[in-house]
Design a protein around this ligand. Structure first.
Ligand code: PLP
Length: 476
């Protein structure tokens, strides 16, 4: 008898389908409450760090250049107080085979799918990850399906997402292009069940382990060439895997004192699931619309427990306005001869600001770039924004607040690049609040307290204070 494909029936089979499609039993790491064994989950990746690294190097991934941006550093110094202006570096992740760091995130899943005898892989993503999976699958002779949320209900697509669909298809993947809405997850499940393919989830421990090589390389190269680990590494943050994997890799290499800074484009006020607002944003990732919800409740992903948990590592989190990221993109091209895509330039805009606070001998690394061209480029993006009623102009985003969905303010001078700190303490409290809410606990037990302290990169005292404020009881 054929299976019931109604929405409710498929969603009810979620756990079963995912278990089959990942070959991973998440249950063994559960405590029955808020806490789970995160490090145990990461250790369950059946490949050593060196095996992952060797596999990546054999498949066009990793060993990307770490470049010093001397002209951008000089410009930052010209805007900074006397004696300030750290050296700015960028890890040129566009040199990965699929044009972004997402090749690292994809490679370990493909390594595993191949080893376990799956015939193909499926990934639900509208981003660079699709190209990463398609490219790695292609090299390993696996079939590949990418499920994308691509259009609004008029079937108008954001230029960057359309470009990413093109890239996946050109790499041999079949691309299922959907309109905005809850169908994405449903359709992904149907395809996984029908094909028996591997779920190359962005959020599995395999994916995050693949990104660790990125942080490791940064630490290793800085130490070797400059005699120290970087003072600051800035990572663009959306679903949190980029930052999590990079931070874990830095720590694995010994860079335990490096400050980890998250960076997201400020899209506050725009609703990601809104059909009407879908095409009002000029950035399709690395923005607060993903960054905040995923940071404060990481398990909203497509696996029972996400391995991407950025608040475990974030020391500081800044947002930047859209116009400032476009502006930095131009600066990178015109001062450094590097034409690169939007997500990496989000962290670069923040690195440009943070460098101005630090002494000249400090090192700030923007940890990635991505390829650009077609719909990823500034020109189609700004044209599309104008077509969607956005007022694009030059001004001062430090005094006039850019309103996402209404205007884009390109800074009139490098000193007007705008990035501002999010209240990390507040974000940590939201992590605690959401964890308690989703697990429906009345009293937080001792194990949960320790777990939550790690979840928010703080201590048990902080968790207890937050719980007191929320009026939630705890043991001990
Ligand atoms: C090039 C690039 N950088 C950064 C990010 C953000 O990564 P994450 O979603 O893991 O935070 C993405 C995700 O789409 C990306 O494609």
């Amino acid at each position: 008898m054929s299976k019931d494909l109604s929405y409710d029936a498929v969603m009810a089979r979620n756990g079963e389908i995912m278990k089959e499609a990942l070959g991973f039993d998440f249950e063994q790491f559960e405590s029955g409450s808020i806490a789970f064994d995160y490090e145990g989950l990461m250790d369950a990746v059946p490949y050593t760090f060196d095996e992952i690294r060797d596999y990546q190097l054999a498949h066009g991934v990793g060993n990307t250049p770490l470049l010093e941006l001397r002209n951008l550093t000089a410009l930052a110094r010209s805007c900074a107080p006397e004696g300030k202006g750290a050296r700015i570096f960028v890890k040129d992740e566009s040199c990965n085979v699929s044009g972004s760091y997402k090749a690292r995130r994809a490679s370990t899943s493909i390594q595993h799918a191949k080893a376990k005898g799956y015939k193909g892989v499926i990934a639900a993503t509208s981003g660079n990850y699709g190209a990463g999976v398609a490219s790695q699958a292609c090299m390993s002779n696996l079939k590949c399906i990418i499920v994308q949320e691509c259009y609004d209900s008029r079937e108008v697509g954001q230029p960057e997402i359309i470009e990413k669909a093109r890239a996946c298809e050109s790499l041999g993947a079949e691309v299922a292009q959907l309109t905005v809405g809850p169908e994405l997850f449903y359709y992904n499940l149907v395809l996984l069940e029908e094909t028996g393919f591997f779920n190359a989830s962005l959020y599995s421990p395999l994916a995050i382990a693949g990104v660790e090589t990125l942080g490791y390389e940064i630490a290793e190269e800085c130490k070797e060439k400059y005699g120290k680990y970087p003072e600051v590494v800035v990572a663009t943050n959306a679903g949190g895997g980029n930052l999590t994997g990079t931070a874990r890799g830095l720590k694995r290499a010994g860079a335990t004192d490096t400050q980890i800074v998250g960076a997201s484009v400020d899209l506050s006020g725009l609703h990601m699931a809104s059909d009407e607002q879908f095409n009002k944003k000029s950035f399709t990732t690395g923005h607060t619309g993903f960054g905040i919800p995923f940071a404060t409740y990481p398990d909203r992903s497509d696996v029972p427990r996400s391995a991407a948990r950025p608040m475990r590592y974030i020391d500081r989190y800044l947002t930047v306005n859209q116009g400032s990221v476009f502006y930095i993109t131009e600066l990178l091209a015109q001062l450094e001869g590097m034409e690169r895509g939007p997500a990496g330039n989000t962290s670069l805009a923040v690195a440009f600001k943070v460098a101005q606070e630090l002494p000249e001998d400090a090192i700030v690394v923007s940890q990635e770039t991505e390829y650009t061209g077609a719909g990823k480029h500034i020109l189609p993006q700004l044209t599309f924004a104008k077509e969607n009623g956005i007022d694009v102009r030059v001004g001062d985003p430090t005094t006039e607040k850019e309103i996402p969905g209404k205007n884009i303010i390109l800074p009139e001078h490098p000193s007007k690049v705008f990035a501002t700190d999010l209240d990390v303490k507040k974000t940590r409290k939201s992590v605690i609040k959401n964890a308690v809410k989703h697990h429906k606990v009345d009293v937080v037990n001792k194990k949960d307290l320790d777990f939550l302290a790690k979840e928010v990169n703080s201590d048990v005292e902080f968790v207890k204070n937050a719980l007191d404020e929320l009026g939630i009881k705890y043991e001990g």
